[in-house]
Design a protein around this ligand. Structure first.
Ligand SMILES: NC(=O)c1ccc[n+]([C@@H]2O[C@H](COP(=O)([O-])OP(=O)(O)OC[C@H]3O[C@@H](n4cnc5c(N)ncnc54)[C@H](O)[C@@H]3O)[C@@H](O)[C@H]2O)c1
Length: 395
């Protein structure tokens, strides 16, 4: 049958236009999920997570380090709520963000017999584990619900917030992945008490980035309290911890919410990710991700200073806060002008042909530029060279 006549069908979920044997389909996917900040999620009296398991069964995927520390507490929690559980205990670290780990989880989803809609898989761990579980959940039966319970600072203020999931493949970070929203997330900062201090500093690298590029209030908090927050692993000064965590989460979500699927390539949250991706990969395993981000932030600030935007005083404040957070602020690789230019060229490809470089004008205020050149990079590296000869480098 040849359909000649133009016709149109509409529903709440989409529309269909038929014309001359051509069908045009339009459909919208709306997503909705909640992020809750909650103290002591596994205290038996806390119903929050248990209420998300209406069938009284749950498959839990948990980071091995977290399992070793919190096993008794977690087992007791689910027993006290009469929830039947099965566990996948996953070794973490970047090398385990793999297809093998994903397949292990998928196999366990199958053997557990996860209900398609009402038995969310519970992911408990750092960013690596959350990304892998999210990816597996996006694939199993073309998508089942999952709950994120982040246990590192990086996961709490970054990996948990958006809808990106993924694994490393062919020696490339996050080469396979999906945009796939969680059912919900519960953020409990008391997990940080057992996280290695360098890993907390790593997460603080993303908070530092956000503060410099868009939030002077957050920057002031880090300036005043950053060192203490780190020394106390975010376990003391509850009000300050709460302010820093909430400003970080809100600041990140304000950027993500209008660009969930990254259709817009001018993104403030890409600050700190302009030069670092290539240098971080080339220098593995020297830097953790948040450390590479911090080095990129300081380099970007030095470039802004060279361009007559960021003042000397602000540049020095940025360096002081990085040091307070035990983040590296300079390193020979981030003073190698050829490498930096190569990294920028690679980023231009990622940003579809434009630099789209967020540069702070003052602390907390930025603009996008597209004309950073080799001369400016060279001058910026000279400034950092000079400053580093006055300070002790961390690495
Ligand atoms: N999807 C996103 O939007 C997004 C955003 C940012 C980062 N990420 C991803 O997150 C990953 C990095 O996450 P990460 O920094 O959390 O690393 P990670 O998941 O490797 O965790 C770091 C280390 O801490 C251990 N650990 C976790 N929780 C612990 C706890 N409470 N106590 C003691 N040890 C604990 C882990 O076993 C691991 O050794 C990267 O793969 C990155 O790509 C994703």
């Amino acid at each position: 049958m040849l359909i000649k006549k133009e016709s149109q069908s509409l529903s709440n979920y989409g529309s269909l236009i038929c014309s001359d044997n051509c069908y045009t389909i339009n459909s919208t996917l709306s997503i909705s999920y909640s992020l809750t900040i909650e103290k002591e999620v596994f205290k038996p009296g806390n119903d929050k997570l248990a209420n998300l398991c209406p069938s009284k069964r749950a498959l839990i995927v948990i980071d091995k380090s977290v399992w070793d520390i919190y096993k008794d507490e977690i087992l007791q929690y689910f027993a006290s709520h009469d929830i039947l559980i099965d566990f996948v205990i996953m070794e973490c670290g970047e090398k385990n963000k793999s297809l093998d780990a994903t397949l292990d989880i998928l196999n366990r989803m199958e053997s557990f017999g996860v209900l398609r809609r009402s038995e969310p898989v519970i992911a408990i761990g750092g960013g690596v584990l959350l990304d892998v579980v999210g990816f597996a959940s996006s694939m199993y039966r073309r998508g089942i619900p999952y709950i994120r319970v982040p246990t590192t600072l990086m996961a709490m203020i970054d990996a948990t917030l958006g809808i990106k999931t993924g694994i490393n493949y062919l020696e490339r970070r996050n080469r396979l992945g999906a945009y796939y929203a969680p059912h919900s997330a519960i953020i409990d900062t008391s997990f940080l008490k057992t996280v290695d201090k360098r890993e907390i500093s790593n997460g603080a690298g993303e908070i530092f980035k956000l503060a410099v590029v868009k939030d002077a209030e957050l920057f002031d908090l880090l300036d005043k309290h950053g060192k203490k927050l780190l020394d106390n692993k975010f376990q003391k000064n509850e009000e300050i911890v709460s302010n820093v965590i909430n400003l970080s989460i809100k600041g990140m979500l304000d950027e993500l919410i209008y660009n969930m699927w990254e259709l817009e390539l001018q993104r403030l949250v890409d600050f700190g990710h302009s030069f670092s991706p290539l240098i971080e990969m080339k220098s593995l395993p020297i830097f953790l991700h948040g450390e590479a981000v911090a080095l990129d932030v300081v380099l970007s600030c030095a470039i802004s200073n060279v361009r007559g935007c960021l003042s000397d005083e602000d540049l020095l404040r940025v360096i002081k806060v990085a040091s307070d957070l035990s983040l590296p602020w300079t390193h020979p690789l981030f003073r190698d002008e050829e490498l930096i230019y190569e990294a920028l060229s690679d980023t231009v490809l990622h940003r579809n042909g434009s630099q789209n470089l967020p540069l702070p004008v003052t602390i907390g205020n930025s603009k996008f530029v597209n004309n950073v050149d080799k001369k400016q990079i060279k001058k910026a590296t000279q400034i950092l060279e000079k400053l580093s000869s006055h300070h002790m480098e961390i690495y």
